[in-house]
Ligand binder design. Structure first.
Ligand code: SAM
Length: 263
């Protein structure tokens, strides 16, 4: 299996373009429905000590910090951390950023009241080790909330099916049960052609698991499952932003919240 260091190198290659394009508003799924759904179900974090894993340029970390949480955040790609630190300097929210990998967290046990990970866990090999680390650094009764690409549709063998007008109407998936490691090459579809050609496409490593493997992994690590969401654009958003209308056909994302038991 690819090492996390190697996977991290892909992310460092993506970081400049990802930051530029997402800051211009082209990460439309994140902005229009995925992060809003995550924030809707996030428990009250005011005054709590939280950790954001795979924070990218810190966009979502800042949203959590704005709710009163004392945030630490880290990413494996140094360019993301540089942009996050610059944003913190411009608009201080007392977020501490680190360059680190999720497989060995540089924190003592039972330090954090909660951990969040927005769309980063599926990009990491050996997720069992990452989840064990998260469990270790959480206080008893603390929660872990994360979003991932939906295990059912995030797969190398999937295909959109369109009608005679070219409109997407369904998605076909095969080999769902095979655990795959693959590199996807893509960019934010909403970005204009001029920017798509200015930046190289992202190359993102994925490490797939079935839905039951994801959930059983959390249970085996000692978490109690608490809440799930499969966010999609609501009807009004889909009408006003046709670029996300296909999120209503099949699930793109899964959000899970679980809690460390008190013992
Ligand atoms: C899809 S991006 C999401 C970024 C950000 N959380 C957001 O929602 O905008 C995935 C992030 O996970 C980071 N990442 C991947 N593997 C990692 C690892 N082993 N440790 C820490 N961060 C990692 C990448 O560098 C990237 O910033």
């Amino acid at each position: 299996m690819m090492s996390s260091t190697e996977a991290g190198r892909y992310w460092e290659e993506n970081a400049e373009a990802w930051t530029q394009l997402s800051r211009r508003g082209y990460d439309v799924c994140r902005d229009l429905f995925n992060t809003p759904a995550f924030m809707r179900i996030l428990p009250d974090v005011n005054g709590l000590r939280g950790l954001d894993i795979g924070c990218g340029d810190g966009h979502n970390t800042r949203l959590v910090a704005a709710r009163g949480a004392k945030m630490t955040a880290f990413d494996i790609a140094p360019t993301f951390i540089r942009y996050a630190v610059e944003a913190e300097r411009r608009q201080p929210l007392a977020i501490g950023y680190l360059h680190a990998g999720a497989h060995y967290l540089p924190f003592a046990a039972r330090q954090f009241d909660f951990v969040v990970a927005f769309m980063s866990l599926m990009d990491m090999p050996e997720q069992e080790q990452v989840v064990a680390e998260i469990h270790r650094i959480l206080k008893p009764d603390a929660f872990f909330q994360f979003s991932i690409s939906h295990p059912f549709t995030d797969h190398p063998y999937r295909q959109w099916i369109s009608d005679e007008t070219g409109k997407r109407v369904a998605m076909a998936v095969r080999d769902y049960f095979d655990n795959r490691q693959y590199i996807d090459e893509w960019t934010f579809g909403a970005a204009p052609k001029e920017l798509k050609t200015r930046y190289k496409p992202f190359k993102t490593p994925y490490f797939t698991k079935t839905l039951s493997q994801w959930l059983n992994m959390l249970i085996e690590a000692g978490f109690i499952l608490e809440r799930f969401e499969e966010p999609c654009a609501d009807e009004n958003t889909a009408r006003d932003h046709p670029e996300v209308a296909d999120s209503r056909i099949a699930p793109f994302f899964l959000i899970v919240r679980c809690r460390k038991t008190t013992i």
